[in-house]
Ligand binder design. Sequence first.
Ligand SMILES: [Mg+2]
Length: 468
Amino acid sequence: MPAKITHYEIHDVRFPTSLSGDGTDAMNTECDYSSAYVSLFADNGLVGHGMTFTIGRGNEIVCQAMAELSKRLIGKDPESLFSSMGAAWDYMCADPQLRWIGPEKGVVHIAAGAVNNALWDMFARSRNKPLWKLVVDMTPEELVSATAFRYITDALTKEEALAMLKAKEATKAAREAHVREVGYPAYVTSAGWLGYSDEKVARLTKEAVAAGFNHFKMKVGADAASDLRRGQIIRSIIDDPQYLPPGSKGRDPNSPALLGKNAGPTGAVLMIDANQVWDVPQAIEYVKSLEPIKPWFIEEPTAPDDILGHAAVRKALKPYGIGVATGEHAHNRMVFKQLLQAEAIDVCQIDSCRLAGVSEVLSVLLMAAKFGIPVCPHAGGVGLCEYVIHLSLIDYIAVSGTMERNVLEFVDHLHEHFLYPCSINSNGRYNVPSNPAEGYSIEMHKNSIAEYEWPNGSYWISAKGGSK
Ligand SMILES: [Mg+2]
């Protein structure tokens, strides 16, 4: 008798991050980092965990959508779903009634991200491999069959994807060995939240430089004069060799990995992020005014759905040597397809659970590789760093074959709630997840769930003065 998925559990978990100013930017001013968390169970003992990220209110709506999508998997044989994760993805997203409240966008799509990721976690655990290893060990044919391909074949056909993957196949093992040894390049955002004082920004920046990082991001968009001042504080630290870790001379700003990034004398790179606050002409003028702090790119200058707007911003900023990045709010692969086709971005910032899970992420990794645009995933929040290291490893080892121009976002918040937290080495790079039991690294500690479950977890009860 084949095994069956028998049931699911869903938890609405919210962390009170609004109390500390963590995660504040020009658009998101009071975030309670939250996880809409799902576990799938099969009668042969297999379990898969997944989540999507929100910033508080509304998390319960996502949980409800996740329950509806999880019901579609009840009674299914996990092995038959694993045999073509692309087909499983199509099936999950194609409920004839739920589709109406998307399709493939908004609550129902980020809910699909959690459920698809839980299925991938179950798949990886069933093979005793971390998720990235499961995927890079696939043949090119298996990987293409695991990918969501509908609606993108005008930009990338399955045959092209297969040829790209085959061209990288023989050298996968060498890349895997290399990245296991050196880690995957990372950057920090935690120093530059808008809610932090100048002193806190300076202290956190010094700490990040000392920890080996050389790419830094700050939030902008509330006030140009203040952004310029904060940017100058950060640049004055990251460009000054005295703050480098002992024995380090920094990096050569003319090295190929740093070309076009406006690296300073120690090889440090600054990026800026506006979280969608501007109209297109305003974005262009505002970012021009920040030219003195020499950013590599402006992230999310305008509405995330405005593909041609991003293309206009990119064109206008090109003479200033400032690029455009976006993607954390790009809600499906078709938006990425058009951003690439319209030459609207220099950097592609996928999100691990706004896209509907690993199968849809694979389609974007493949398209970005074809268009020659580096993928630098969005992370931070809660759980996102745990997820994205897997995706960047897949990109490097099996898909694009490059990583030294890429940087993966790292924010040092809330990792303690996970059984297999991500970690950073002494050179400011992500370590490679290597526990065969960790799947997609997203399993949360049971006591964290019990403490922060909304609204009746022990933290929230005590925050309300002890009454339910
Ligand atoms: Mg951002």
